[in-house]
Design a protein around this ligand. Structure first.
Ligand code: NAD
Ligand code: ZN
Ligand code: ZN
Length: 347
């Protein structure tokens, strides 16, 4: 089969011929319907050579946002049948540590929640994906894997980041989403679906992303910079927003986030831009909590699928055949993807 693999650090990945994996006991082979191109893949492609002994091995197939159809069950697997449409929960935990037993495999104490496509296991930018345990598969029902794939990362990560702050988002509250790309667009819809009472503000450097953000439910769409801070302050009687989600994570967006957040609020860093947030007595505001959540839990993915079934969230997807996967990533890098590029190896 063809697979899009990182073969050398800091070199462009390659579309290569590899063997179709054979599912062992407890494992499932999934025929990929859609594999979403996440901005994190660009960070991985540009990352420095990792230190030895951290579990990263080359080559590996990229793609951690996967959905498709069950192709083959390994010995002992029950509960699924060939051709069942499924979405793949991405952070593959051990299943046995305290966090995994609570469903939080994204914080597995053994694996760190690193799943396929992130350096330890092969991912889904290929015709088939080997999933190490059937509990990582959630049935999609009537949802199309080619449309649904981004729900498992862009959707789940945004859902988790919003959910942990919902108690702050009562009537009259405000939430700011910095970076209205794949994740930001999901976050806006999830905020809309879960908290009708919140004023949602989208901030981006690109006007087309801001237009999309408004169509998806943002009340205000602001160009990134000092004037956006002033506007958020004016909207909130100079108090700032209860929740600021930074889906970019660069120095300037983190600085903006600290200025937009209010005392007792949440400043949530989701973007892996590599910036740093200065913290001192007066900034971020008093008792504003800063957290950097990673992905989401397995039960939360079930919630996200339910939201998609109810048509409360949908991803704007642009489909690319596997032969054009490198081009899809280049378009993402250039800011030319509205929503998510999804690779469809079977089309
Ligand atoms: P994307 O490329 O689809 O979207 C990024 C958006 O940010 C674009 O709309 C871009 O115009 C905007 N942007 C860039 N610079 C900006 C600035 N200075 N101010 C405001 N907006 C700006 O990317 P994505 O796939 O949505 O991913 C977003 C980030 O989230 C990436 O860093 C990715 O690695 C990270 N991520 C984190 C997790 C996690 O678990 N924490 C999970 C998935 C992705
Ligand atoms: Zn991702
Ligand atoms: Zn675990």
């Amino acid at each position: 089969m063809r697979a899009f693999q990182l073969v050398e650090w800091q070199k462009p990945p390659q579309l290569r011929e590899v063997l179709v994996p054979e599912p062992g006991p407890g494992q499932v082979l999934v025929k990929i319907g859609g594999a979403g191109a996440c901005h994190s893949d660009l960070h991985i492609m540009q990352a420095p050579v990792p230190p030895p002994g951290n579990g990263m091995r080359l080559p590996f197939t990229l793609g951690h946002e996967n959905a498709g159809w069950v192709e083959k069950l390994g010995p002992g697997v029950t509960g699924f049948a060939p051709d069942d449409p499924v979405i793949v929960y991405g952070p593959w935990g051990c299943g046995l540590c305290a966090n995994c037993r609570r469903g939080r495999e994204n914080y597995c104490q053994k694996t760190g929640g690193r799943g396929g496509g992130l350096g330890g296991h092969d991912g889904g930018m290929a015709e088939y994906l080997l999933v190490p345990a059937s509990r990582f598969l959630i049935p999609l029902g009537t949802l199309d894997p080619r449309e649904a794939a981004p729900l498992t990362d862009a959707g789940l990560t945004s859902y988790h980041a919003v959910k942990r702050s919902l108690h702050l988002l009562g009537p009259g509250s405000a939430a700011v989403v910095i970076g209205a790309g794949g994740l930001g667009q999901m976050a806006i819809q999830i905020l809309r679906a879960l908290s009708a009472a919140t004023t949602i503000v989208a901030v981006d450097t690109a006007t087309d992303k801001l237009d999309t953000a408004k169509r998806l439910g943002a009340d205000e769409a602001l160009l990134s910079g000092d004037q956006a801070v002033t506007r958020v302050k004016d909207m909130t009687h100079q108090q700032g927003a209860q929740l600021v989600l930074d889906m970019v994570g660069l120095d300037p967006t983190l600085r903006m986030a600290a200025q937009m957040a209010r005392a007792l609020g949440h400043l949530t860093i989701v973007g892996l831009g590599g910036g740093a947030l200065p913290v001192n007595f007066s900034s971020p505001p008093h008792e504003c909590s800063v957290a950097a959540p990673y992905w989401g839990s397995l039960p939360e993915l079930i919630d996200v699928i339910a939201l998609a079934r109810q048509r409360k969230v949908r991803m704007l997807v642009e489909h690319f055949p596997l032969a054009r996967v490198a081009e899809a990533y280049q378009l993402l890098q250039d800011g030319k993807i509205q929503g998510r590029a999804v690779i469809t190896p079977q089309m």
